[in-house]
Design a binder for this molecule. Structure first.
Ligand code: PAN
Ligand code: ZN
Length: 190
């Protein structure tokens, strides 16, 4: 093993990794079914297709025991009154946990068990958040600058987006009276 290849630099301002093995860019058009206000989605897409978030991942092979990590840069903004958010997923291997380290920005993480019980926690700079096994997770930017965090996860965890794409999270984060508020998702499928 070349030990020099085990060091990755992070740009603390932008969240970019150097080197990285994979970069993901998610625009509104990639996740239009994830937002509850379908009219707002169409209104925005008629004019532009904003970047909602970018991920820089440094991934090891999926041999059991390896760890991988990624930074996420989740932009500020709203679709209707729902804040920009990630798709959210379960890990394909359900018993794989994860650690999130928030570097900058302000937001929330929605953590939901397999029965659909959701908890909403604050993501604030210099905090470490544990995502337990068997819980889907989604981050939401409720601030006015990018929400930047590091995620560290077992390399064999895998991402299962299907359950969330079909059912959604039972709670969503919207602006109410100028404040981020968790409400029941009107489109949630039990
Ligand atoms: C994170 C997420 C990242 C993007 O690295 O993958 O924030 O969110 P989605 O994967 O839901 O689009 C993580 O939880 N990895 O396991
Ligand atoms: Zn994850």
């Amino acid at each position: 093993m070349d030990l020099d290849e085990l060091v990755v630099r992070i740009n603390i301002e932008t969240g970019q990794l150097e080197p990285y093995t994979r970069k993901i860019v998610r625009r509104l058009s990639d996740m239009k079914d994830f937002y509850y206000d379908k009219e707002a989605v169409q209104r925005i897409l008629a004019k532009e297709d904003p970047i909602i978030y970018e991920v820089y991942a440094w991934e090891r092979s999926t041999d059991e025991g390896n760890l991988s990590f990624a930074t996420t840069i989740l932009n500020p903004g709203k679709i209707g009154d729902e804040y920009y958010m990630t798709k959210g997923h379960f890990h394909s291997k359900r018993d794989r946990a994860e650690v999130y380290i928030t570097l900058s920005g302000n937001g929330k993480i929605v953590i939901q068990d397999e029965k659909g019980n959701a908890s909403v926690l604050d993501l604030v700079p210099n905090s470490i958040t544990y995502v337990p096994p068997r819980h889907a997770h989604r981050t939401v930017n409720t601030g006015n600058k990018p929400l930047i965090f590091i995620a560290i996860y077992p390399s064999d965890a895998g991402h299962d987006y299907d359950v969330i794409a079909q059912k959604g999270f039972s709670k969503i984060i919207v602006e109410r009276d100028g404040k981020p508020t968790a409400i029941d998702n009107p489109n949630y499928l039990k």
